[in-house]
Design a protein around this ligand. Structure first.
Ligand SMILES: *Cc1c(COP(=O)(O)O)cnc(C)c1O
Length: 376
């Protein structure tokens, strides 16, 4: 049995090694490292996969969020609403651009942003909402787009954890995560569901003007070389990464299916464990299981993590500290108790190994070890 990992990039690579090696070697031999044909090809492949009019590759997911906010011409002090239970990058770029992050709580079942809380947080200064499709399933986009429309707000979907997930509207229409709001921002960090072999990210939009602007911002604010129309950044996806992504994109749906199979295995194993709540599926979204996250009740989850580690099984707590309790983001507007669902989740969640290469033997060992801890 291979060692169990949170994400087994090595086994995944070994299964597609010939294709990857060839693709990477081709780039090296071409020496078209920056803006080579592989980047354009990946852009087109991802546009086709997502059904998005424009994909703008960039250097990482955090940059994608930043470029999105720069393209919307938000001004210092403008309010941007996002979830209190998320990875720090979401709030980081809001703060960096001197915008005002307005945090709202998430829903206890799906861990995604609570639309009712978003509605309550809207003020005359609100300019944008950033829903995070946490752990691999879409936030309630129909409700969020409705709020945005009524209050004339932009929506930037943080889809770093949910690429490939599909959202279903009430009328039966289906759209891929990241293509519903005005802009979608994603990450190709190696451990993400579509991960490259370094850093990478992308923006999605169906709006021609925004697409042009984001392309310009990502490229030093220029469309014609050495003529800079706006202040931009340097944020590129390199050709080696694009070549890896061109191979891996072909397998993305297969990878999502493998993750769902592992999730179903865990669900079945833990369904009668009173001390564990298995992840709830959103009614309007497929789940691509970036993480398989349990909510524990009445157990020492760090003790469980240690017990599992003693059997060479990793487990992680995403995320132990809510944004409003982070030193960098302390704010007199917020205090402990303001976001009860987020705070409870931060105290109770634990994520089990979740990736595309989990074998039944590995899953059985993980499950029996968790049960051994629970029944000790
Ligand atoms: C990973 C992640 C990001 C940032 O992506 P990087 O490529 O690491 O910059 C942003 N938001 C969420 C929710 C993430 O999980």
């Amino acid at each position: 049995m291979n060692p169990i990992q949170m994400v087994d990039l090595k086994s995944q690579y070994q299964n597609i090694q010939n294709e990857i090696d060839q693709a990477v070697l081709d780039v090296i031999r071409s020496t078209a490292f920056i803006n080579g044909p592989e980047v354009k090809k990946f852009q087109q492949n991802l546009e086709a996969y997502l059904g998005a009019k424009h994909v703008i590759p960039c250097a990482n997911g955090t940059d994608a969020l930043q470029i999105a906010m720069m393209a919307l011409d938000l001004q210092p002090g403008d309010e941007v609403i996002t979830a209190s239970f998320t990875y720090v990058a979401t709030a980081e770029v809001i703060a960096l651009l001197q915008l005002k992050p307005v945090l709202v709580d998430v829903l206890p079942g799906t861990f995604d942003i609570d639309p009712a809380a978003v509605e309550k947080a809207v003020t005359s200064k609100t300019k944008a909402i950033v829903p995070v499709h946490l752990f691999g399933q879409c936030a309630n986009m129909e409700a969020i787009m409705d709020i945005a429309k009524r209050h004339n707000l932009y929506v930037i979907e943080d889809t770093a954890q949910a690429i490939g997930a599909e959202y279903s509207f009430g009328d039966g229409r289906k759209q891929k995560a990241g293509t519903i709001g005005h802009i979608g921002a994603t990450s190709f960090f190696p451990s993400k569901n579509l991960g490259c072999y370094g850093d990478g990210g992308a923006l999605f939009t169906n709006d021609d003007t925004l697409a042009e602007k984001m392309r310009m911002i990502a490229n030093h604010g220029q469309t014609v070389r050495y003529y800079h129309d706006v202040v931009g950044v340097n944020s590129r996806l390199d050709s080696v990464q694009a070549a890896v992504l061109n191979v891996k994109l072909k397998y993305l749906d297969q990878y999502s299916a493998a993750r769902n199979k592992a999730a179903a295995f865990y669900d079945e194993a833990f369904k009668n464990e009173p001390k564990l709540t298995t992840p709830k599926r959103a009614s309007n979204s497929t789940h691509v299981f970036h993480q398989y996250t349990l909510v524990t009740d009445g157990i020492d989850r760090f003790g469980m993590q240690e017990f599992l580690a003693s059997k060479n099984i990793p487990a992680m707590v995403y995320y132990p500290v809510p944004l409003h309790m982070q030193k960098a983001y302390t704010d007199p507007r917020y205090k402990e108790g303001d976001f009860p669902v987020t705070e409870e989740l931060c105290k109770k969640v634990i994520s089990l190994p979740m990736h595309t290469e989990l074998t039944d033997e590995q899953l059985n060992l993980i499950v029996s070890s968790v049960k051994e801890f629970l029944n000790a």
